[in-house]
Design a protein around this ligand. Sequence first.
Ligand code: ADP
Length: 464
Amino acid sequence: MSIRLRLTLWYVILLAILLAVFSGALFAVFSLSLFSEVDRRLEIRASEVNTSLATALELQSDPRVFILRGGRLTLPTADMFAMPGVFVQVSTLEGVALTRSENLGAQTLAVSSTVLDGVGRGEASYASLSRNSVPLRVYVSPLTVRNQSVAAIIVAESLQPVNDTLRRLAMLLIGGIVLGLVIASIVGALLAGSALAPIDRITQTAQAIARSNDLTRRIEQKPTRDEVGRLAETFNEMLARIEELFRAQQRFVADVSHELRSPLTAIRGNLDLLRRGADSQAALAAIDSEASRMQRLVQDLLLLAQADAGVEIQKQSVEFDALLLEVYHQAKLTTREVKVSLADWDQVQVVGDADRLKQLFLNLIDNAIKYTPVGGVVTLALARDGNRARVSIADTGIGIPEKDVAHIFDRFYRVDKSRAREQGGTGLGLSISKWIVDQHGGQIQVQSQVGKGSTFTVWLPLVK
Ligand code: ADP
């Protein structure tokens, strides 16, 4: 069942319950007041009859005997009180009718002996009768003369007008409820439809994307601050993010293929030269260098793939100063053209993966050496900085242009391949370094001036 139908149904059911309860209460209160109005009229009429007859009977020495003897109550009063639909009858306490209103015709109003016994004791009561299948409300009260019940006054009123009024009211209420519900369902369905229309558009856009693989599509939606507006906005943001990731993925694959192609082409070219009998030493050296470049690239890619897969690094306490010293000696061995020196040195311990940390600092020192002209200096320093260790690798190299600084940690980003003193970079080194720093909960920053040099600074949390 669609949400639209469900919403409309709930709305209509709730409205139906409310209307039914309200109408029921209205009907009950109204009918109660109509019936009590009838009772009140009957009581007034009975008391009028009582007053009028009692005055006449007061003249008799014993009204009860007078009545029992069949003394005629020749009072025209009974008729005087009777109105269409209102009947009056005076009976003996035994139930014999003494006089009655003319509109009763030949009929008498028969009430039970229990009621008449009650009247004998001075009690009035109500009863229900029917006359020519018309329901009557009956009030039986004593005719009291000198504080004595001498006869029964029976006053009755037809309930037909009340019943008619109530029937009309019921029809009106039921008609109103039905009409109200029909209007409510139509309006409810329209409202729910228009509120849910943007969701339909979202679904259609999602389907269109699924069918056409076109991630550039967006939901066209007026910016509203309601739930549906926010959903559309979130959906568009998600699409933008997916598109961005997808493009990055495509770029990455293109970059990888490109980077792998150039060493392969160089190897094949050198193999050709070898086959044609060229200088085998030079060709073999070139092949060796290209093969190691490919090996580095593949290793880097593997590491990045692990990083993307969420592989966590090991966390152990590491003698950080000793580790850096090792990196320093190793770096010193790789170059003679650039002077590698040590500045301040503190003894510190950090938590992390020793191999990865070594790789991180070798990367940074390698870069410093690679991008520093012959005769330059690379300085390594380690110091405590609050509860962190701060390592800086400063070079007197070519520096990084300001516009590139923000990008050098991106994968495959290289400022200008020809700037390196030694070829063979992959553009992945710094992105791996950044990942290692992040994994250790640290921070990496670079400050650089073109022509003067660069300083890479790494902060890592100390062992507590
Ligand atoms: P690459 O393999 O090209 O060195 P990296 O990711 O290590 O890749 O570095 C990205 C780019 O940042 C390099 O191509 C280089 O242009 C620039 N770079 C990195 N370190 C330095 C440095 N110490 N001095 C100048 N430029 C640097």
